[in-house]
Design a protein around this ligand. Structure first.
Ligand code: TYD
Length: 401
């Protein structure tokens, strides 16, 4: 295939087979569920890692089940990120801030008191309603140049444009970048946060691969993408959320701020570790996780132990469907998101129940499909009085805690 950033040839890194979209939970196990290929490719030329096939955005995002969890770890992250943006002069009390893919609006709400104005955009009708009920002004649409022009006419250019965990969710990120180019003020900053490809590969996070994640950004590929839109990367910051994320800070090419040392330092690390060997290890370890997890769950189930999964996550659906686990060995999945409860995970048909229901009859084991919130979830379960259940952590390798 050819790269959707630089048009050069790509090669296959990992083929996870065919699966339903990860957030397409169903209301009944009788509901028809379509499978689509999940193949990861690498472009040697610009360093981009991307899905071979992209699904339609309207189908994926108009009615969406992912609501940002009300998590202590995320609240700390907002604090860390906003303090960093302020300390480096990327955000101030004079900033008009615009967030793309703002979901329930939690990040905008977090910074609201310290900036001049906030505005979000998100394509999911049901999620926009949640944001509005939290008094976060949100336009319900996909972000592109025509929308950017309308916002510019109504409210002027924006000094900080943020795209957290959503730029990779587009088949063609150039559409979003065209809008950014239009809407960003001359001295403004564009901040992209995403799961970092280096962490995904190094920590065997193959479950980060699902249809919504159409790109797995590296510093090299982000530079190439930004350059096509007159933007330059000036800073990068690492964070622990979502299994290891990267925050890219960019501004207009003609703008003055110097490029921070962090960009070159992290890019050197990327060059050293994102090698042919690393991709090979990733593929081998992915198969080994499948073998080990299937064996463990089947052995436990045969010996009469009960197992639920914890977290109706998108990544959990890749994990369960790739490993081949379903409701026969794992009847329930616990999740705090109200709109997921009572539904069934795609293909595995595991029923989602609330955290409260799981407390009533705790299983012997929880498979942590939300392993990125491991400490927070274990603390929550123990604090609620469940000292019985053990936790199976699948990533970076299968182990029990
Ligand atoms: P997330 O890790 O963002 O997953 P993905 O991007 O793979 O979909 O989602 C975390 C999920 O875990 C979300 O559905 C809410 C759930 N969750 C709980 O049920 N309890 C908790 O304490 C936390 C932190 C999350």
């Amino acid at each position: 295939m050819s790269c959707r950033i630089c048009s050069m040839d790509t090669r296959v890194v990992l083929d996870l087979g065919s699966m339903p979209p990860a957030n397409s939970l169903v209301s009944s196990t009788m509901q028809r569920q379509n499978n689509f290929p999940l193949v990861l490719e690498y472009c040697e030329s610009c360093g981009s890692i991307q899905l071979q096939d992209c699904l339609d955005s309207e189908d994926l995002y108009r009615n969406y089940l992912y609501v940002t969890p009300n998590s202590a770890m995320l609240r700390k992250h907002y604090e860390y990120l906003s303090a960093y943006l302020v300390s480096r002069g990327y955000m101030s009390s004079r900033s008009r801030v615009f967030e793309i893919g703002s979901n329930a609006g939690y990040f905008l709400k977090h910074i609201q008191a310290n900036v001049k104005s906030i505005l979000g955009v998100d394509p999911a009708v049901n999620i926009c309603e949640i944001a509005r009920s939290e008094a976060v002004e949100t336009i319900c649409d996909f972000f592109d140049r025509p929308l950017a022009m309308r916002i510019k006419a109504d409210r002027g250019q924006q000094d900080l444009i943020v795209a957290r965990h959503c730029l990779a969710h587009n088949c063609d990120p150039n559409v979003v970048l065209d809008g950014v180019q239009e809407l960003l003020s001359d001295s403004g900053f564009f901040v992209v946060e995403n799961a970092y490809a280096l962490n995904t590969i190094e920590n065997n996070e193959f479950d980060q691969i699902y249809h919504e994640h159409m790109f797995y950004f590296t510093i090299r590929s982000m530079k190439a993408l930004l350059a096509k839109h007159g933007l330059k990367l000036v800073d990068v910051l690492m964070s622990l959320v979502h299994g290891g994320s990267i925050v890219f800070v960019a501004n207009r090419e003609m703008s003055s701020p110097a490029v921070c040392d962090s960009v070159e330092q992290y890019q050197l690390r990327e060059q050293m570790f994102l090698t042919e060997d690393a991709f090979h290890r990733f593929a081998t370890n992915t198969s080994e996780i499948r073998r080990a997890l299937k064996t463990l769950v089947e052995d436990l189930s045969h010996s009469g132990k009960s197992i639920y999964t914890y977290g109706a996550t998108a990544k959990g659906n890749t994990l369960l469907n790739y490993v081949g686990l379903d409701r026969r060995t794992i009847p329930y999945c616990v999740d705090s998101t109200k709109i997921k409860q009572g539904k069934f995970l795609p293909k595995s048909n595991i029923e989602v129940i609330s955290e409260e229901s799981a407390l009533g009859s705790p299983p012997d084991y929880f498979l942590l499909t939300a392993w990125n919130y491991k400490d927070e979830i274990i603390t929550k379960v123990r604090t609620a009085g469940n000292y019985h259940s053990k936790f199976i952590v699948p990533i970076p390798f299968v182990h029990v805690v």
